[in-house]
Ligand binder design. Structure first.
Ligand SMILES: [Zn+2]
Length: 261
């Protein structure tokens, strides 16, 4: 058995047997882990609020080779994020980010991914209700970049020629991003992205802020992201929290149950 002490964020939590909880966490030094918090429900003293969704702290993990479930012996909380649950658009956005991370990250150390999730949850928690969608979009693209599957924005995904940043350009999901004019004409399918949509994508992939002015813009970007995920990542399983975030018509209770399944 080896002990790993690492920064961690709770992305999913559910009760296990009578007294324990199982958490899925993203860590700085050990990737995404499933951990057993023994006695977490019996004694509030032991873990306190540290095991709430999106709480961040220093976790002590006991790992056994060949076992998928680590044992959590201590979680020293640094940051609780109750503000994420207080507002529907924030909660839906955080759920989508958590789902992307849990579904597609590995158990390899990945500080860049950890920091992308950390800063995205911070930004969503600070976001005004009408800004939460853009902040979530930004975070999702940044997480994808950390996972190594970012689309091209200013280079042709087929022939690698530069693509004028101020032009409307074809975006092809199978090709993996923006296409130059010549490759765009040859592409069998794709979406035409106007310059402002490309600017948003460019900024988000670089970790920069980029706010959206209309709800339609936000929905178009959500659709682009969903199509990209579908092309490059999803197996057959649906992304339930992501879908709930995109619909944003659910009640808070439905969202919570979707996000935690
Ligand atoms: Zn090209």
């Amino acid at each position: 058995m080896s002990l790993v002490v690492t920064d961690a964020i709770v992305l999913h939590a559910f009760d296990y047997l009578e007294s324990s909880r199982i958490l899925r966490i993203v860590t700085r030094d050990a990737g995404v882990r499933s951990v057993l918090a023994r006695g977490a429900r019996r004694s509030k003293k032991r873990f306190g609020s540290a095991l709430d969704l999106y709480a961040q702290g220093v976790a002590q993990l006991h790992m056994k080779p060949g076992r998928e479930l680590d044992t959590l012996s201590d979680f020293d909380i640094v940051r609780a994020r109750p503000q994420l649950a207080r507002q529907l658009s924030r909660f839906a956005g955080a759920g989508a980010i958590a789902e992307l991370t849990l579904r597609f990250a590995s158990d390899a150390a990945d500080p860049g991914l950890f920091e992308a999730v950390e800063s995205t949850l911070e930004s969503i928690g600070d976001a005004a209700p009408d800004a939460a969608r853009a902040v979530t979009l930004a975070g999702a693209w940044r997480v994808l970049r950390e996972l190594g599957i970012a689309p091209t924005v200013d280079t042709c995904a087929e022939c690698h020629a530069p693509v004028d940043g101020g032009a409307t350009a074809m975006f092809s999901h199978p090709a993996g991003g923006t296409l130059c004019e010549r490759c765009g004409h040859l592409a069998r399918s794709g979406r035409r992205l106007p310059p402002d949509a490309r600017a948003a994508l460019r900024d988000w992939l670089n970790g920069d802020e980029h706010s959206l002015t209309t709800a339609d813009e936000g929905r178009a970007h959500q659709r682009l992201l969903r199509e990209f995920l579908h092309e490059h990542l999803t197996e057959d399983r649906p992304l339930r929290a992501f879908d709930a975030w995109e619909r944003e018509t659910l009640t808070a209770g439905e969202l919570i149950s979707e996000a935690t399944q």
